[in-house]
Design a binder for this molecule. Structure first.
Ligand code: SAM
Ligand code: SF4
Length: 331
């Protein structure tokens, strides 16, 4: 089997599949209030087309798949799709990123379908602020969804908080405290510049290092987590002594982790993207629809991987924001 390896000898074993551009929230850093121009339904890859790409990728060393969107739980048939994905030989880690609004209703079905774990996006535990941030009054649904997911065994439940200065940074300590009470992995994510992030300014993005200092000063020192357990990823993982949960920091802006990037993304409209911050896309939809052979589809995967850039350029003058919003890329 020939593995997917890029020009910089990084082995690509992780595929992120965006199943939809639709969403039931309108987070301020991701979408304008009226939403975005949606993809034509016929332009969105059918589940069998997504499965074909996943199967071919698994045949070349992809072992992890994350399903995302838009909001993946709003797409009809998502449970069956996850069941099919989990049955692909070689896929040993199947996860999903969700805003959690529908998680209470879906957790058990997702677990039964073979999903291993979920990442839930939650940026505030204050109802008013949650409403302001997501333009949806769903805080209780998300909190219930997190508990239900944990109860259903979709573990560890990871809670992803995007931290924005003067917007929700005063809640960072409360979020870190959650890991003292529950076995959740709370992760702080730096605010990133996308086309949709209208208010993005460098000083709104708080470096992870600074957040860690604040948390340690207010709660207790953090110790390195046992990274032999759980999945490898971009988060720097810590825990408070004897805490059931963990605290992690993901710092794509202040300390990039491009050197260990193992990802390939497939957008809902069938474009392969090799870097979150690069608009370079390889179209795979045409090949999936014009009767091309698996060999031709495979060749496109290898081509995309060969074009994976060494790193992003957010911190350089040449950086241009991506034309797609995060919801269209599949975060
Ligand atoms: N709708 C699902 C959700 O919100 O979890 C999945 C898709 S969403 C695009 C994936 C992740 O991207 C979410 O955790 C969201 O917070 C994150 N995200 C979107 N825009 C972002 C930005 N400008 N900076 C940092 N993270 C962002
Ligand atoms: Fe929807 Fe997720 Fe974007 Fe929020 S971050 S608007 S939940 S796609």
């Amino acid at each position: 089997m020939e593995e997917l390896k890029d020009t910089y000898q990084r082995r690509i074993d992780y595929l992120r599949i965006s199943v939809t551009d639709r969403c039931n929230l309108r987070c301020v850093y991701c979408m304008p209030p009226q939403g975005i121009d949606l993809m034509e339904p016929q332009g969105i890859l059918r589940y069998e087309e997504l499965m074909r790409v996943a199967r071919i990728a698994a045949g070349h060393g992809v072992t992890k798949i994350r399903v995302t969107g838009g909001e993946p739980l709003v797409r009809k048939g998502i449970g069956e799709f996850l069941r099919d994905l989990s049955s692909i030989p070689g896929i040993d880690d199947l996860s999903l990123t969700t805003n959690g609004v529908l998680l209470k209703e879906y957790s058990q079905r997702l677990k039964d379908a073979g999903l291993k774990r979920v990442n839930v996006s939650l940026d505030s535990m204050n109802r008013e602020r949650f409403l302001k941030m997501t333009r949806g009054d769903n805080l209780k649904d998300v909190l219930d969804g997190i508990e239900t997911a944990h109860g259903a065994g979709l573990v560890p439940v990871k809670i992803n908080m995007v931290v924005i200065k003067d917007f929700n940074d005063d809640e960072v300590v409360d979020f870190a405290r959650l890991s003292l009470e529950k076995p959740y992995h709370v992760r702080f994510i730096e605010y990133m510049p996308f086309n949709s992030s209208e208010g993005w300014q460098r000083d709104k993005c708080l470096p992870a290092r600074q957040l860690k200092e604040v948390i340690e000063a207010r709660i207790a020192p953090l110790e390195p987590a046992d990274t032999s357990r759980g999945c490898a990823g971009p988060a720097r993982r810590f825990k408070f002594r004897d805490a059931p949960g963990e605290v992690g920091f993901i710092s794509p802006v202040s300390e990039h982790f491009c050197g260990s990037c193992n990802r390939l993304r497939l957008t809902a409209d069938g474009k392969l993207r090799t870097c979150l911050f690069s608009d370079n896309e390889i179209d795979i939809r045409a090949a999936l629809r014009d009767g091309s052979s698996d060999g031709a589809v495979e060749a496109l995967l290898f081509k995309a991987v060969k074009e994976k850039p060494e790193r992003h350029h957010i911190n350089e003058n040449i950086f241009k924001r991506c034309s797609r919003t995060m919801s269209l890329i599949g975060g």
